[in-house]
Design a protein around this ligand. Structure first.
Ligand code: ADP
Ligand code: MG
Length: 238
């Protein structure tokens, strides 16, 4: 089972992972109120479908006023969004995430997967975020750095620090990233995930580290242990 970005971010937020101020809407009439609740003066309108590549497909727009948010919401809600992950038929957008726009200094990547060939978990990071990680893996695999975690162990602080240094972070940035990685591992483990990806994990101009996207897949065989996750299932997407 998969989650929408906004559901993944709610889960992240419960584990104190840094995410943007945000609100999900199902109706364009609700976006102005959402902007007021979120605050600020710049927002991102994000189509919620179970597929990546939404930005390139026209499903993500940055708006400089709540009126502009409204226009984008009208355009995106109900649209058939086609990305490299939806297949040629595309997906109908029925939910939108309105989110505070971040001042991005750098886009990075962080992810955890179960590596069945080694029987271990792999925590991966890359300085090359915001792009298709499959392409990075194919063209410049040296830019993806990995730390392995034994099935009965946890991500260790020194591993998290190594990963943060790989991302060329310094000072307080390292502290923020280490905390984020340890929390991410906790979510992965406690929810029996098979994959979590944050692409992009951004460094902001004020040195914050924020999860700007979320992708979470669960091990269906363990779903019976997670009633809260079952309740988030969007059957129209599965
Ligand atoms: P997808 O991976 O489906 O294209 P993302 O959530 O990763 O969707 O967004 C695509 C791009 O849009 C990001 O790489 C980032 O550059 C930009 N973006 C997304 N959310 C925000 C935000 N809250 N503030 C600023 N830029 C954003
Ligand atoms: Mg993304």
């Amino acid at each position: 089972m998969n989650l929408h970005e906004y559901q993944g971010k709610d889960l992240f937020s419960n584990y104190n992972l840094p995410v943007s101020k945000r609100k999900v809407v199902f109706n364009a009439n609700d976006v102005i109120e959402a902007c007021n609740e979120i605050g600020g003066s710049k927002w991102v309108v994000k189509a919620q479908v179970h597929a990546g590549g939404r930005g390139k497909g026209g499903g993500i727009k940055i708006a400089n006023s709540s009126e502009e948010v409204r226009v984008y919401a009208d355009n995106i809600l109900g649209m058939n969004l086609i990305t490299h992950q939806t297949g040629p038929k595309g997906k109908c957008v029925q939910r939108l995430l309105i989110e505070e726009a971040s001042d991005i200094a750098r886009e990075m990547y962080a992810g955890i997967v179960l590596d069945r060939s080694s029987g271990k978990f792999v925590f991966m990071v890359s300085t090359e975020g915001g792009v298709e990680i499959e392409k990075v893996a194919a063209k410049t695999p040296e830019k993806i750095v990995k730390e392995w975690i034994e099935p009965n162990e946890n991500l260790k602080t020194n591993q998290a620090r190594k990963l943060a240094f790989t991302l060329e972070l310094t000072g307080t940035q390292v502290k923020h990233a280490v905390k984020t990685f340890l929390s991410l591992w906790k979510v992965f483990k406690e929810y029996d995930c098979s994959l979590i990806e944050i692409n992009p994990l951004v460094l902001t101009k004020s040195d914050e580290v924020i999860a700007l996207d979320s992708k979470i897949n669960f091990d269906d065989n363990a779903l019976f242990r997670h009633q809260d996750i079952q309740g988030m299932c969007d059957l129209s997407e599965e």
